[in-house]
Design a protein around this ligand. Structure first.
Ligand SMILES: [Zn+2]
Length: 481
C-alpha cells in the first residue's frame, strides 16, 4: 500500500481513515499531496511543507455531483459555496436538456431553460466560448459539461411545439458536434418538459448522432416518470442502442401516489438493460422534486411549495395551497398567476427513494437549483444527507458504499480519468469530514443551512473550503472529453 515518494510533499494529511471511493473498507493512512495530485498513500514519515493531523477524521475523494444545473453558478461568485460546503469538487452541468451554451436562442427563453438562463447570460454563442469562460475566470470546482437538447432546439427552431425537420436536426447535429469537439461530455434531454416533449425518438437519435464517434454520454430526464415510466425507460435504452453510447437515467423517481412502489419494476427493467448495454442511473436523497411551477404538475403532488416567482416574488417559500386560499382560487389557478415560477413537489414514496438510492449502480446527484429564491434543500444538503442520514443513521448502506456512489462509481460510469479515487496519480480532489457528526442541516423551511461535519475540502490540491467557509481559490477547471 505504501508508496513513499522521495519528494517533499506540499501537504501530508496524516492519520485519517481513508475511504478511497472504490467501496473497499476504510484504512488508516497518511496521504501525501504534491502539485495538485495525490503523490502517495501509506505511512509517510516525511513532514512535507504542511502536515495536517486528521486522526479520527475520514478522508474521501471529493464528491462528484452527477446531476446539476450549475451552468451559470460556475461563473457566479459565491454560488458554488452550496456545493463546496458539502465536499463536492466536480459538477456535471447541462442536465435535463438545459445548457447555457450554445446561447444564440431565438425569441424568448422557453421554460424550463429559464431555471438557469437569463437574456444577459445567453452570451456564449458557441459551446467552446462557455468552456473558455470557465477556464478564464476559474471555477470553484471542476466542471463536466453536457449540451442541452432544448438549448439546441431554441438555437435552431422558431417554433418548439413540433418535431424538428430534417434540416433542423442537421443544424442541431452540427452544434452538438462543435460542442463535443470543444470538450463537451455529452448530450442531455428533458422530453418530460412541454417544449421538448414534441421531439420524437427519431429526432433525438438524429441530433445525437455525433455522440457515437466521440463515445460521449446521453443523459435524460425521461419523457415520463409516472404511469408510462416503463415506456420511457425503453425509449431511453433504444436511443442508447441506436447511437451506440452509454445512457444515463437522470434523477430516477416514481411520481404520484398511483406509482408508489413501482421502483421494484423499474429497477428490474434497468438491471436487465444493464446486462445488454451501458446504462447509468442517478438519484437525489429526498422524496420531493423541484422544477418549474406548472398547473398540470400540481395534482400529482400531496403538497407544493413555491421556490420562486417572477410575478409575485413575495410568495417564495410558501405553500401553494395557502396562496390559493388567500387568492380565493384553485391551486392550478394560483400556479398560473405565479408563473413564471418554480416549485417543490412532494410526490414520491420514501420506500422508492431508498430502494433506488440503495441500488448498487445508483450514483448521487443533487439536482439543486442554484438560482431559486427558496431552493429545495437538496442544493445544500444532498451529499452530507447520504453520509449522515442514510448511511450512519438509517444504515441503508455502509459509509464506504455511500462514498463510492458519490465519487468512484461516478468517475467510472462517466469515464472520468484520474478522479473519484484516493490513489497515487489521481487529482487531489478531497474531502475530510467527521464521520460521527457529518449530516445535512438544510430543510424545506431553512434550505440554506450549512451541513455539519465537513472539515475541509481540496480541489486540485488547493484548500477550497475550511472552517465553515469557502475559500476564493478558483482551483477548478473544465474536464474536457
Ligand atoms: Zn430533470
Amino acid at each position: 500500500m505504501a508508496t513513499i515518494a522521495p519528494q517533499e510533499f506540499d501537504l501530508v494529511i496524516a492519520g485519517a481513515t481513508v475511504v478511497d471511493g472504490s467501496g473497499a473498507p476504510g484504512f488508516v493512512a497518511d496521504v501525501g499531496i504534491a502539485d495538485g495530485r495525490i503523490a502517495a498513500v501509506g505511512a509517510l514519515p516525511t513532514a512535507g511543507r504542511e502536515r495536517l493531523n486528521a486522526a479520527g477524521r475520514v478522508l474521501a475523494p471529493g464528491f462528484i455531483d452527477v446531476h446539476t444545473h450549475d451552468d451559470r453558478a460556475l461563473l457566479t461568485p459565491g454560488a458554488m459555496d452550496a456545493k463546496l460546503s458539502q465536499g463536492v469538487t466536480t459538477v456535471v452541468t447541462g442536465n435535463c436538456g438545459l445548457s447555457l451554451a450554445p446561447g444564440a436562442v431565438r425569441g424568448a427563453i422557453p421554460p424550463p431553460l429559464d431555471l438557469i438562463a437569463t437574456p444577459e447570460w445567453l452570451r456564449f454563442p458557441r459551446f467552446a466560448d462557455y468552456l473558455q469562460a470557465i477556464d478564464a475566470e476559474g471555477a470553484a470546482v471542476n466542471a463536466v459539461c453536457l449540451v442541452g437538447h432544448l438549448s439546441l432546439r431554441a438555437n435552431t427552431m422558431d417554433q418548439l411545439e413540433r418535431t424538428a425537420t430534417p434540416a433542423e436536426c442537421d443544424a442541431m447535429q452540427r452544434l452538438l458536434a462543435d460542442a463535443l469537439d470543444a470538450g463537451a461530455w455529452g448530450l442531455s434531454t428533458g422530453t418530460f418538459y412541454p417544449p421538448a416533449r414534441h421531439a420524437s425518438t427519431d429526432e433525438i437519435v438524429a441530433v445525437g448522432e455525433p455522440l457515437r464517434a466521440h463515445g460521449a454520454l446521453y443523459a435524460t430526464h425521461m419523457r415520463n416518470e409516472a404511469e408510462k415510466v416503463l415506456d420511457a425507460l425503453d425509449e431511453t435504452f433504444e436511443i442508447g442502442r441506436r447511437l451506440g453510447v452509454r445512457v444515463l437515467i437522470s434523477h430516477h423517481k416514481l411520481a404520484g401516489v398511483a406509482n408508489h412502489g413501482r421502483s421494484v419494476e423499474t429497477l428490474k427493467r434497468i438491471a436487465a438493460a444493464m446486462e445488454k448495454q451501458p446504462v447509468s442511473i442517478d438519484c437525489y436523497p429526498y422524496n420531493a422534486s423541484s422544477t418549474v411551477l406548472r398547473p398540470e404538475f400540481v395534482a400529482r403532488a400531496s403538497s407544493v411549495l413555491v421556490s420562486w416567482s417572477t410575478t409575485m416574488p413575495q410568495h417564495a417559500g410558501r405553500a401553494l395551497a395557502d396562496i390559493a386560499r388567500e387568492m380565493g382560487c384553485s391551486d392550478e389557478q394560483a400556479a398560473e398567476r405565479l408563473m413564471p415560477a418554480g416549485a417543490i413537489y412532494f410526490m414520491m414514496d420514501e420506500a422508492d427513494v431508498r430502494r433506488i438510492l440503495a441500488f448498487p449502480k445508483t450514483m448521487v446527484g443533487s439536482d439543486g437549483m442554484p438560482h431559486d429564491e427558496h431552493p429545495h434543500p437538496r442544493l445544500w444538503g444532498t451529499f452530507p444527507r447520504v453520509l449522515g442520514h442514510y448511511a450512519r443513521e438509517e444504515k441503508l448502506f455502509s459509509l464506504e458504499l455511500a462514498v463510492h456512489k458519490m465519487s468512484g462509481l461516478t468517475a467510472q460510469e462517466l469515464g472520468l480519468p484520474g478522479r473519484g479515487l484516493i490513489a497515487p496519480g489521481h487529482a487531489a480532489d478531497l474531502v475530510m469530514f467527521d464521520p460521527a457528526t457529518v449530516g445535512d442541516r438544510a430543510t424545506f423551511a431553512d434550505p440554506r443551512a450549512l451541513s455539519a461535519g465537513i472539515d475541509r475540502v481540496w480541489v486540485n490540491g488547493r484548500t477550497a473550503f475550511a472552517d465553515g467557509a469557502a475559500q476564493d481559490v478558483h482551483a477548478g477547471r473544465v474536464l474536457r472529453r
